[in-house]
Design a binder for this molecule. Sequence first.
Ligand code: AMP
Ligand code: ZN
Length: 665
Amino acid sequence: MDIQNTIQKLREELNLHNYNYYVLDNPTISDYDFDLKLKQLQDLENQYPEYYDESSPTQRVGGTITKNFKTVPHEYRMYSLDNSYSKEDLVEWEKRIQKVLGELPLEYTCELKYDGASISITYENGKLSRAVTRGDGFQGDDVTNNIKTIRSIPLQLKGNYPAKFAVRGEIILPFAGFEKMNQDLIEIGETPYSNPRNTASGSLKLKESAEVAKRPLDCLLYFLIGNELPFNSQYEGLKAARNWGFKVPKEAKLACNLDEVFQFIDYWNVHRHELPYETDGVVVKVDSFHYQDELGFTAKSPRWAMAYKFKSEQVSTKLNSISYQVGRTGAITPVANLSPVQLAGTIVKRASLHNADQIEKLDIRVGDTVFVEKGGEIIPKIIAVDLSKRPENSEPTKYITHCPECHTELVRGEGEANHYCPNFYGCPPQIIGRIQHFISRKAMDIEGLGGETVALLFNNGLVHNYADLYELTVEQILPLERMAQKSAENLVKGVADSKEIPFERVLYALGIRFVGETVAKKLAKHYKSIDALRQATLMDLVLVDEIGERIAKSVIDFFENNENVIIIERLKSYGVQFEVIEKINPNATVKLAGKTFVVSGVFELFSRDDLKKSIEDNGGKVGSSISSKTDYVVAGDNMGPAKLEKANKLNIPILSETEFMKLIS
Ligand code: AMP
Ligand code: ZN
């Protein structure tokens, strides 16, 4: 088949799968098969750069770096919305409208007000051409490269779209993705993000689009604007946008009068908590474009639209006590213990107090009656104290000075929000937390051992650090609570099996502050062994791609602690992997030594990667483009015409797959 055609087919197919998955929430292909096809397309695009297309689904992974986002004017101004807080406000609004239009029956489109960062995206001839943040409404930042990584935003439209128009919507971070991001941060001992909206909005301005691509952002659309739109009302516009491939929430509804608007509001006031993303109100829009035109705009907002803000649910309850939790990294988190109270559909017993500054700022005291709110965060927070109910003998809260678990004096670094317990090796929750991290799935993945058992082992004096795990015996474990012969054996076997875990994951498992999965991979790849890493100076470390000073310092600190060094030596003696093992190929030869190959086309016997590997295994080198240094071209079907011409011109021998096989056999 014609290569261009194959590429085109793959792109269409992948676009459709992206659409099914990210817009319709209804995947029809396994992730594995999707990745396979994407890789196939990527390979073809690498091989035939002449068919590059900025709208290809391969462009979703990002890769651009923006130093400064360019400020650009909006072709159509991005207005704000007027706010209303009660049904009376909406009745008043309708009266104002009727003064202009006369007493007509009016239809309204009701939509949820999605809480994120607004965006305006221009499409030209069906292709995404530019995406700009709201900015001051007149001009915003060009964030096109970042926006293209968001899978639910079409790069290429479907159906009968106008030649040029802009679509507006909200970039959001659904709760599930937000929590996953925070979980990952907590795992490496970093402070979690405070709410989905700010995180979504911050994501748009990241310099590396590949980083944006990793974030589970989504885009919900609510408005089309342009010169020649093929419809006459907001509601029709939403339907058209949906047909062109945009994600327009199906919750939007057409109301025939204000009463139906109120029904919509009442319904979502309760049920919004069931949505997978944050909303902070309802937006009501006069449906007909004709009426919208007649109503026009005030200095700041359209007269034909109104936001109705949900009251963020608040309750008051009593603060019974403050407890202090110690994390794996020693960070102290104060937690408010409340008299249980119903809030936004759940019973709340605890609220986060963040840190000492927060307690001081709000002057929160035990015995106070406090107002609790559920905002963008999942854990509710205290927003104020009801001073009228403060007991007479109340005293300001004295933040703890010593660790609640090990009584060591706490420290607080310059500019740090949290207090820390510095007793790295003696503080039980830190020790247990570190071992729990060590055994976790992405680290040593020790089967047969869970977080609770770790605490049990520690509390019974059987382990004091993760190296001790490797000396556990079935006889030692058996007497523990709820431990049977089988589970004890599984635990010991699980620990032994973990000796096969590759170095990069061992490095992550050590729990060095700021060394998460990705950083561990980078360091392992660069240094190849723990000994080499240990020798590295601060200067060496910061020169490694993507390693900043903060990470580098943390690595140095880790090795300066002699106990860490002793533990690593012990782990080594048990056979845990502290070196990258380069896979040795038993079939390796030097038959192709000194020869450079270029691979082109599609093969029958080999995949392209296998072919390249086979060249390298036999001592040859693989080049990316044909030059005078090329010794052979291995060509499959559909070799690019430009390459063929070049090879002929330079008199480079062209081998078929079978000829290549003969060369190495
Ligand atoms: P505000 O920022 O409070 O002035 O509210 C106006 C903003 O609400 C707009 O700029 C949009 O970004 C956002 N918004 C969220 N959902 C909608 C919606 N369904 N229709 C219009 N605007 C919306
Ligand atoms: Zn402590």
